[in-house]
Ligand binder design. Sequence first.
Ligand code: DX5
Ligand code: ZN
Length: 234
Amino acid sequence: MAYSPFAPLIAPSILSADMAALGDECESVIAAGADWIHFDVMDNHYVPNLTFGPPVCQSLAKRLSNSYPNVPIDVHLMCEPVDDLIRGFADAGAASITFHPEATRHVDRSLALARDLGCKTGLVFNPATSLEWLKYVLDKVDILQIMSVNPGFGGQSFIEESLGKIAEARDIIDTVVAGTDREIRIEVDGGVKIDNIARIREAGADTFVAGSAIFGQPDYAQVIDEMKQQITVG
Ligand code: DX5
Ligand code: ZN
């Protein structure tokens, strides 16, 4: 068992929130214990679904800067290409921007762009995508995001093979952060629930995206509390 040296974080995906009340939904889920707001951007090209763009992020960031200024907006780009959107979301107040390596011609350049614009950044790995993409860009990565479903929709089932990949990622990241002050997060996205989050943490993840598990329930605090209990080590 290889636990992350970093404190676990819960990042609710607003993909499953009530879109007619996004500001209220973000504030409710933060009051219920959310650490990050996960913002899923889909373009109907890289994935067969369409969500929201920088103006929606900007409105939410503006509202949260008053009510909860310390809660970052974590933008997950499921879009192709990515560079213009990295500029747009950095400008719109995103704290972190991750993207899929297959969706940009120049992975190193896109990571550097996000960093230069003041955001944390990282790569997202689809279930069949190899972690090999990381090899030469580890110095530019703050987040290693592992998809445990195929991207495009909320409410899908967790793909069990992801656990081995998370463990593989843990080994890579442990080697990089050991003896340094770097924080590289392993974020798992898709099908995370109360009844599997402990196994995902045991495999080595420290940041947990959950959409339908939280927004599908009447009491957000109850779900987040139970998730946090499940991932408390010791
Ligand atoms: C899938 C998105 C996920 C998704 C998570 O493409 O990236 O963030 O909304 O939703 P659940 O937790 O319902 O799988
Ligand atoms: Zn996502």
